[in-house]
Design a protein around this ligand. Structure first.
Ligand SMILES: *Cc1c(COP(=O)(O)O)cnc(C)c1O
Length: 396
């Protein structure tokens, strides 16, 4: 028995707001009823606004983000197609493995895991490989805390004269970091429910541009469960071809209402501010940010490098045992070397201060060399930038 709330500060699944929990607390419904169609329509239309598309379609699956990765590839591509990927971290590597299993031919650009995608080598590779049918990038590498500028990826593709599809994994970016699907010419979006969208795991999404839909009509990869064509017909009236995750959809429309009540731009600004406060804490502790390129700092999470000879997993265990807080582990080649602080989703200033205080106390208890004052540095920044009623900043 542990009193008080658990601090779930991993970069997904994230904390689910009480109103979203309440919205899902509903008797199971008839998914062929008119009442369901109204819910389905609200969910599909709402997701179009969240990804900022008017031209595209949204498809919602009962499934994890990994399913939506597969759906993107099998719906728009054919076996043997070359797909360009950039190895920005663990998640980009996993998406590549799926492409290989599906009989696609990934062309992987090696990349520094401490940065997002560099548009230069991407452009050069596209010039050398005009056969590339899709460029697949991860907008926010959840394993490294480095985010890629999708507008720059689009510009590099245009500069190379590429007519490949642009596929973007937004699983830990959507509703935390800006996405402008139509403006940036994104053809397929891959998303999941359990990160910025503030829902439990269990839903995943594709958003599909008209160009991707045209490619879909000709693509010959085998697909059944994930087939966009089977979805789009019933979706037009708010229905689904198979049983949808009805209670999660109640939660989704409530989560979308919350995001729109706050305003998407305000949501992004909130994430930027919490990320900056976190980085100030890390620097004050004398620890190193894993992301080394300020233009690629993630607003969803911060990965922190442990001092040489100290275990990130041991630190996380002390923090979990003593303060009941979960932090993200280092993944694959970053295992035990970094810990990750999730600051995305349903999150506010005092939750951030609780989180950073827990880290600072944990560093002391685990005997990790550091300076005190990280939480203080974050607090000072939060005061300096506190949004005031009416939108004014705190007086100097
Ligand atoms: C979490 C995550 C995934 C995997 O999603 P699952 O829901 O665990 O299948 C893929 N890509 C990124 C960037 C993620 O953050």
């Amino acid at each position: 028995m542990r009193a008080g709330r658990h601090f779930l500060q991993i970069p997904g699944p994230t904390n689910v707001p009480d109103s979203v929990l309440r919205a899902m607390d509903h008797p199971t419904m008839d998914h062929r009823s008119a009442a369901f169609a109204a819910l389905g329509k609200r969910a599909l239309d709402g997701m179009k606004r969240i990804v900022r598309t008017t031209a595209g379609h949204v498809v919602i699956y009962p499934g994890s983000g990994t399913g939506a990765w597969e759906a993107a590839l099998v719906n728009a591509l054919s076996p043997g197609d070359a797909v360009l990927m950039v190895e920005t971290g663990h998640f980009a590597s996993l998406w590549k493995r799926i492409a290989e299993k599906l009989g696609l031919e990934p062309v992987m650009i090696q990349s520094n895991w401490r940065r997002g995608v560099d548009p230069q080598p991407l452009e050069e590779t596209l010039r050398a490989r005009p056969d590339v049918k899709a460029v697949c990038v991860v907008q926010n590498e959840t394993s490294t805390g480095c985010a890629t500028r999708i507008d720059e990826v689009r510009a590099a593709m245009d500069a190379a004269g590429s007519d490949a599809l642009l596929m973007v994994d937004t699983i830990s970016a959507l509703a935390s970091i800006e996405m402008r699907m139509d403006d940036w010419g994104v053809d397929v979006i891959v998303a999941g429910s359990q990160k910025g969208l503030m829902l439990p795991p269990g839903l995943s999404f594709n958003a599909v541009s008209p160009k991707a839909l045209a490619a879909h009509a000709k693509a010959t990869s085998i697909r059944a469960y994930w087939d966009w064509s089977d979805m789009l017909g019933p979706n037009a009236k708010g229905f689904f071809p198979y049983t949808p995750a009805t209670n999660l959809l109640y939660g989704l429309v409530e989560a979308i209402d919350r995001l729109e009540a706050e305003g998407l731009d305000a949501v992004f600004a909130r994430h930027d501010r919490h990320a900056e406060a976190t980085r100030r804490a890390v620097r004050a502790w004398g620890l190193e940010l894993w992301c080394e390129e300020p233009r690629h700092y993630s607003s969803s999470l911060t990965a922190v490098l442990m001092p040489e000879g100290h275990s990130a997993d041991a630190l996380r265990a002390v923090i979990s045992d003593t303060f009941d807080m979960s932090l993200g582990a280092g993944l694959s080649k970053l295992a035990d070397k970094v810990f990750r602080i999730g600051h995305l989703g349903d999150f506010n200033d005092l939750m951030l201060m609780g989180t950073l205080s827990g880290v600072e106390m944990g560093l002391a208890l685990a005997g990790v060399p550091h300076q005190k004052g990280g939480a203080d540095a974050a607090m000072a920044y939060l005061v300096e930038t506190a949004p005031q009623k009416g939108g004014a900043k705190a007086a100097a």
